[in-house]
Design a protein around this ligand. Sequence first.
Ligand code: NAI
Length: 328
Amino acid sequence: MNVVHFSSHQFERQELDRANAGRFSVVHLDVRLDVTTAVLAAGAQAITIFGNDDASADVLRALHDLGVRHIALRSAGYNHVALDVARQLGIRLANVPAYSPYAVAEHTITLMLALNRKIVRANSRVRELNFSVDGLVGFDMRGKTVGVIGTGKIGSVLVRILNGFGCRVLAHDTYPSEELIRDGAVTYVDVDTLCSECDIISLLVPLMPETKHIINARTIGLMKPGVMLINTSRGGLVDTVAVIEALKSGHIGYLGLDVYEQEAGIFFHDHSDNVLQDDVLARLLTFPNVLITSHQAFLTNEALNNIATATFASLDAWRSGQRAEHEL
Ligand code: NAI
């Protein structure tokens, strides 16, 4: 079975090649899969793709025409894949549902603390030998009310960390966690209550039609003035234009993003020699109380190792005519 890795980044190649251990003939491509690049899969029976690749209907049809029958997602989320079309075409898909919930939860906390304690500004000052701490006042996490929207694998880990800080945790989830309730770790409420009562709000639900722009002008209006909003899940959960208005008025006091609705083609790439064409992102980057990372919440050694191992386990299963463990 020949395999093409699309969007193969330098940071993951070593782990992918280790997990392969020469079993499959592979090609690493640093190009993103889309309708124009699908042709590069010619000769492969399987491809692997990353979270920002485009596996929409036309791309899947082009891949099918080339003979691709298996797609292993090197990601948990699959909102970038036209699943129904894949099923019609007989293309089999698998994802990596849990490669390290700790990595994402810990990065979420990193954004919270860095914003709260103004670490980026502090570091810039010290490097210019400005040792003044005026304007760097933060707040104790202990006693603050933190809202977690989505208490699945990652959200549950986040709740436990927040418990450790002594925060009061409110959560919203269509399927509340019995374990978190039993342990008294969290109180489940509806989205509106969560928005109106929390000092910090963290998003960890998947992106679906029901969750698209769950943070919008209306829900922002319910929030406390000066609220901190953190999105490490999927960009489409947030109406970015509404968030910018709230940042301008001061209603949102801090914004931490690891994901952005229009991140495809921007995040994961070096654009330092280019003019940024995305005016919304450009505006976000002007706020001193906004901290953006480029979809790196998952980026730990442990997670990369787990992703690579699970990806090749799917390919092994398919090659031997079996169902992959995490087949979609
Ligand atoms: P999960 O599937 O374990 O948990 C998602 C939770 O959301 C579940 O408890 C589910 O019941 C809940 N949910 C689903 N629809 C809902 C709705 N309409 N309203 C309220 N709750 C709803 O997923 P996991 O592993 O915790 O991941 C969460 C999200 O984190 C992923 O969907 C993905 O978008 C994002 N993620 C981000 C990464 C990054 O590097 N920034 C890496 C990995 C995941």
